[in-house]
Design a binder for this molecule. Structure first.
Ligand SMILES: N[C@@H](CCC(=O)N[C@@H](CS)C(=O)NCC(=O)O)C(=O)O
Length: 212
């Protein structure tokens, strides 16, 4: 069975969201770890995903390459019993907040951090642009304040229960750590991130990526 579900992954990247979601659902999968960035260091991967980006989930005939879409897909396709609460259904009162947070984690909260990382660390020194990195950090902090507002006194972002929106938003704080923002995260958000990182499935995902 696991041969039919393959996650192409790079350690320490957004594909961790997909890995974490697979573990939350207790699904079987084959993990293919690639050197980063695959486009230069694992070019055979381009046969599977011509953009060269991870994650790529090949799930039978289904092929998905957006980390947050993979999280939502896995719940809707495979969740049983209480696991279904991890993705509110269209028509449920929590659905709009869920959908918005699922997209927010990647489309708003992650990209400025990715740019900051690129222009402060990944680029060769002559291509680094400190003011871009600093602007992107400031932008990120406004978005983190929005996470604080949405959390309020809740343990999780949506409906006071764990959902895939928590994987979307929670993962983004791994990038915050890499760009030196950890100390600027408000206490309630820091507690939220710590709560997510204590989950069994999160810890299993960390262990699994370290094996490969
Ligand atoms: N929006 C996509 C972003 C995918 C993406 O850009 N992944 C990065 C890793 S964090 C990547 O593979 N970069 C390699 C490259 O751009 O060559 C997602 O959330 O999955």
């Amino acid at each position: 069975l696991s041969g039919q579900r393959v996650l192409y992954h790079c350690r320490g990247t957004r594909s961790f969201r997909a890995l974490w979601a697979l573990e939350e659902l207790g699904l079987d999968y084959q993990l293919v770890s690639l050197a980063f960035p695959p486009i230069f260091r694992d070019p055979d991967f381009l046969v599977h995903n011509p953009t060269g980006t991870v994650p790529l989930l090949v799930d039978g005939d289904v092929r998905l390459s957006e980390s947050c879409a993979i999280c939502d897909w896995l719940v809707r396709r495979y969740a049983t019993g209480e696991q279904r609460a991890m993705a509110p259904a269209f028509g449920e009162p929590d659905y709009p907040a869920y959908l918005d947070a699922l997209f927010f984690g990647e489309a708003s909260l992650s990209w400025p951090q990715g740019v900051a990382l690129l222009y402060s660390q990944f680029m060769p020194p002559e291509k680094r642009v400190p003011h871009v990195a600093s602007d992107m950090r400031k932008r990120t902090l406004r978005l983190v304040a929005e996470v604080e507002r949405r959390l309020g006194a809740q343990d999780f972002l949506v409906g006071n229960r764990f959902t895939m929106a928590d994987i979307s938003v929670g993962y983004a704080f791994a990038i915050s750590d890499s760009i030196g923002l950890s100390d600027a995260i408000p206490p309630s958000v820091a507690r939220y991130v710590a709560r997510l990182r204590q989950r069994d499935a999160y810890l299993r995902a960390v262990a699994r990526e370290q094996q490969n």
